[in-house]
Ligand binder design. Structure first.
Ligand SMILES: [Zn+2]
Length: 332
């Protein structure tokens, strides 16, 4: 089982597991898509494997863990469409982990997006963590720890995952047959998250949305008011079919951020290696040479404000109109 990045962390975990039994609870922290979930699976295979060198990847236990069919590995994910993981979602886990393991020496419970656990659900979990059954290995996977109760985190062994080297992510995409141009851009957009990069190149709609958003952004600087308003309407119409109503607008704003940040970087003579949208370098150079750093900085401020408006549930149309009018003023 090959996992990209965070090798040192897994080596330390491997050493600790050689030296003694696992802790009853772990908290895997780090950005999305950097291998936290894969490491949780690796750890389950490591402890349930019946081969000579665990995890061997070949024995029935390893195979069942990897295909998510092992009876001693319980996974609970957030229900799609629900914003949080509530007490009803964790109750099944709490009673299941009290039972003795069926096949191996441990019962795993991998709980993803733990930062979305309601405080009620966390309090229920806490009772299990205060007197954990000897066979329990709970792995909380989370993007951050702020939303978790200190009483919960203090009972977990915390492992912090970092981003993966951008070139390694690009190489992974190339191995998967992604064209070089697209692989380079996706790896940079993902900021070293193999999971995000794979999502970006895997789902055609997400890539198409980025292409359309940038195509529209290119025409904004120096445009007339009516053109800016038309662009706002066109940006609002960009959809991937996501069930999360804010997801697509967030992607549009992310694309605009990377675009104007790239231009700002070039306009102040920054290193081209830092540019995200490398597939449109010529257009970016033109924008950078015709715009003052100050106006590009104002553009970025306006995008930040738009993100803020999005979080405050301002109407997408109003938010985009305001933003596009601001971006039309980018220039000398
Ligand atoms: Zn095995």
């Amino acid at each position: 089982m090959h996992i990209l990045g965070n090798q040192a962390l897994r080596s330390r975990l491997q050493e600790a597991l050689r030296a003694g039994p696992p802790a009853p609870a772990y908290l895997f922290l780090g950005p999305r898509g950097v291998g936290k979930g894969l490491t949780a699976t690796w750890m389950a295979a490591r402890l349930l494997c019946t081969g000579p060198e665990p995890p061997c990847g070949l024995c029935p236990a390893c195979r069942k863990v990897q295909s998510e069919n092992h009876p001693d590995v319980l996974r609970i994910d957030r229900v799609e469409g629900k914003a949080s993981v509530g007490i009803d979602d964790v109750r099944e886990g709490i009673s299941a982990v009290q039972l003795r393991p069926y096949e191996g020496g441990y019962r795993f419970w991998i709980l993803s997006e733990a930062e979305r656990l309601t405080s009620e659900a966390q309090s229920a979990l806490l009772k299990t963590l205060e007197e954990p059954p000897g066979h329990l290995v709970l792995i909380l996977v989370a993007g951050g720890e702020n939303a978790l109760l200190p009483t919960v985190t203090s009972r977990c062994r915390i492992l912090r995952f970092g981003p993966v080297d951008v070139q390694a992510v690009a190489d992974l995409l190339l191995e998967q047959g992604v064209p070089p141009d697209r692989a380079a851009v996706a790896a940079r957009i993902s900021s070293g998250s193999p999971g995000l990069a794979l999502e970006l190149v895997g789902a055609g709609e997400i890539w198409d949305l980025r292409e359309s958003a940038l195509g529209l952004a290119i025409g904004l600087p120096g445009s007339q008011t009516w053109q800016a308003l038309e662009t706002a309407a066109a940006l609002e119409a960009l959809k991937t079919g996501s069930s999360d109503p804010k997801a697509d607008l967030t992607r549009v704003l992310d694309s605009l951020t990377s675009w104007f940040r790239d231009a700002l970087c070039l306009s102040v003579g920054g290193d081209e290696a830092l540019v995200v949208n490398v597939d449109r370098l010529d257009t970016l150079r033109t924008l950078a040479s015709s715009s003052s750093p100050r106006s590009l900085d104002r553009a970025l401020q306006a995008i930040l404000e738009a993100f803020d408006h999005l979080h405050r549930n301002v109407q997408p149309r109003f938010l985009l109109q305001r933003l596009c009018l601001e971006l039309s003023r980018v220039g000398a």
